[in-house]
Design a protein around this ligand. Structure first.
Ligand code: AMP
Ligand code: ZN
Length: 467
């Protein structure tokens, strides 16, 4: 089945055609590790996990590369502000290296708890300084750079395609009408590739380079690492929508200037998580972490389920009420899957009939149409509630769909009851058949004391352990 993705480059829905048959190279901009990721950041990583799982579901072999931005970079995209890592280190009385390591581990733990498949390659910026230096040297040799005020800048006017992703206005670019924030820039859009003159005192992370001791700009790290692991041309680059105008625009400029080739074919961007009317942002201080949600009693998968309820290209408003609704739905789903599994003998063959196949087709169709996960969730619920499908069919289809949704349905299993408890349930059913309700009720009470509650349904008695 053909996969259609909305490509920011061109602003259209396009059929996905990989560079190499059956394979996908995908790069995702990773976290900046000077503090905990917030749940807005995590929405983006959940979307990327779904994208990768979708492609795998459709039969592609995916190489998923994600970086860790552990080089201190600056508080805004325009190369100014205070170094975030340095500030965090000062506040927490730790070294910048310790800060980076601590928050990297915290992020990897969040990923695990959200059931995000680990990227094929996770690369730290600080381990790839040499690759960045090589790339800057290449750009320098081709005449795309200039040195001013001790820093090496990328000269955007040397790159005619600059701004094609963000549809930047060429006139405006030429006029340089914006407020000049850095007196050394020839054009306000120019950006730093290598800093030797930090604007900050006590710059802690520094490396030797042909231009002097210093540190790389933010954008160069993603170009250098993605090309190292995926080659000079690859299929998909993703991130959230805020990266389009500066970070991804600059990544394209420096990568294509260095190689002389088109760099990435599909740019796939996720929309924001909002807190009220505003984007959840570290700088705005209106953020919540996964740890906060856990402390409030939520399971990380409740948040995953909540995110699946919104299309990745639509803004999603966070609220406790909506998260509670997601939790209720997820728990209900888990309970239903446990019941289905309980009624399915492990040896039962799951021959999927026409009705079952129609759900699978619908699910794949929704996935392939630019990852319509809210509709995929409806397909899943359709299977759960369908009265014509056998339990074995249902279980097989649900587990297959969950390979994309990642709600850990494979773990939705009942705790086993012991033989005495099962016998008590059977005896009670027998008593009910004899209409000996006094005895049946006494047995129900006995089971309740053992932490088991019963529900009588037209299909027989179901049991549940009290949590
Ligand atoms: P950062 O750690 O700040 O570099 O951000 C990591 C990822 O989260 C990037 O792809 C950002 O674009 C993305 N991001 C930041 N804020 C939000 C938000 N409110 N909703 C969704 N994604 C976000
Ligand atoms: Zn990046």
């Amino acid at each position: 089945m053909a996969l259609y993705l909305y490509n920011t480059l061109g602003r259209t829905l396009q059929e996905f055609k990989p560079i190499t048959h059956g394979k996908v190279g995908m790069y995702a901009c990773g976290p900046t590790v000077y503090t905990f990721a917030h749940i807005g950041n995590l929405r983006t990583f959940i979307f990327e996990d779904i994208l990768r799982r979708t492609m795998e579901h459709l039969g592609y072999e995916v190489t998923h590369v994600m970086n860790i931005t552990d080089v201190g970079h600056l508080t805004d995209d325009a190369d100014q502000g205070e170094d975030k890592m340095t500030r965090s280190a000062r506040e927490k009385k730790m070294s910048v290296w310790e800060i980076a390591e601590f928050y990297t581990q915290a992020f990897l733990n969040d990923m695990k708890e959200l059931n995000l498949n680990s990227p094929t390659v996770i690369c730290k910026a600080t381990d790839h300084i040499d690759d960045m230096i090589e790339l800057i040297k290449k750009l320098e040799k081709k005449g795309y750079t200039y040195r001013a005020g001790g820093n090496i800048y990328f000269d955007v006017e040397r790159f005619p395609d600059y701004g094609k992703l963000a549809l930047l206005d060429k006139q405006e670019l030429k006029a340089g009408a914006r407020i000049q924030v850095d007196e050394y820039k020839r054009n306000p859009r120019d950006f730093v590739l290598w800093f030797t003159r930090s604007k900050f005192d006590h710059q802690a992370m520094m490396w030797d380079s042909p231009w002097g001791r210093g540190y790389p700009g933010w954008h160069i790290e993603c170009s250098a690492m993605s090309m190292k692991y995926l080659g000079e041309q690859f299929d998909i680059h993703c991130g959230a929508i805020d990266l389009v105008p500066v970070h991804h625009t600059n990544e394209i400029a420096q990568s294509e200037a260095a190689t002389g080739k088109k760099w990435v074919n599909y740019w796939v961007h996720g929309e924001f998580l909002l807190m009220g009317e505003d984007k959840m942002a570290k700088s705005a201080g209106n953020f919540i972490t996964l740890k906060d949600l856990k402390e409030e009693g939520f399971d990380p998968l409740d948040y995953r389920y909540f995110c699946l309820g919104g299309h990745y290209r639509v803004q999603l408003q966070f609220s406790r009420e909506a998260l509670k609704a997601a939790r209720a739905a997820r728990l209900h789903l888990t309970e239903r899957v446990k019941e289905i599994r309980e009624r399915t003998s492990p040896s039962e063959l799951s021959e999927i009939g026409e009705k079952g196949k129609s759900y699978i087709d619908s699910f794949r169709g929704n996935l392939s149409h630019d990852l319509n996960i809210p509709r995929c969730l409806s397909d899943l619920w359709g299977v759960v509630k369908d009265v014509e499908l056998s339990d074995a069919e249902k279980l097989a289809i649900i587990l297959d769909m969950d390979r994309v949704l990642g709600l850990r349905m494979e773990e939705a299993k009942r705790e086993e009851l012991d033989e005495a408890q099962l016998q008590l349930i059977r005896d009670r059913e027998e008593a009910r058949r004899r209409k000996d309700f006094v005895r049946a009720d006494a047995m129900r009470e006995e089971l309740k004391k053992q932490g088991i509650i019963l529900e009588d349904t037209p299909d027989g008695t179901r049991w549940k352990k009290i949590e």
